[in-house]
Design a protein around this ligand. Sequence first.
Ligand code: AMP
Length: 170
Amino acid sequence: MNLSEYIRNIEDFPKTGVHFKDITPLLANSEATDSCIRQLLALVGTQKIDKVVAIESRGFFFGTLLAQKLNAGFIPIRKPGKLPYKTLKEPYELEYGMDALEIHEDAIKKGERVLLHDDVLATGGTARAACNLIENLGGVIVQCNFLIELEFLDGIKKLQSHTVKSLLKY
Ligand code: AMP
């Protein structure tokens, strides 16, 4: 199944100049969602995964499904102030200004094998910050996987020390 048929391009959202990749048509179709999860699992292959870590909020859709299929735990990375227990915080640069991500400090045990998942790899700042959080807790990142990679933004450069895989490239 060609998943790109289920990705809607929205120009100038959320601001002028951004070509937003809308995955809601994919999520609205159970066959496409099933095919997507199979294809994401194929990227992981037979590698053992203890925890699937996904980034708020669109990373959660397939992150939880992947965790179930891989018999792994699911760990959310969220924007500051959303996680209720003690957290580790990682600031990162946006196009204009700074943002930060948080993870619960007991989410990953030292040496656990982690799959990082998000919907879109754009400039790579978000995924880099997530990798730093995982590694600061002692997690071993087996793979960073994405539904979509915006190759022209070269986000992969920020993840050079990791294996990066994505289903659709633009
Ligand atoms: P970045 O840090 O630039 O790699 O941005 C990645 C994060 O922003 C991901 O969590 C995506 O959900 C979101 N994102 C960035 N650019 C887009 C885009 N063109 N379409 C959809 N989501 C995007």
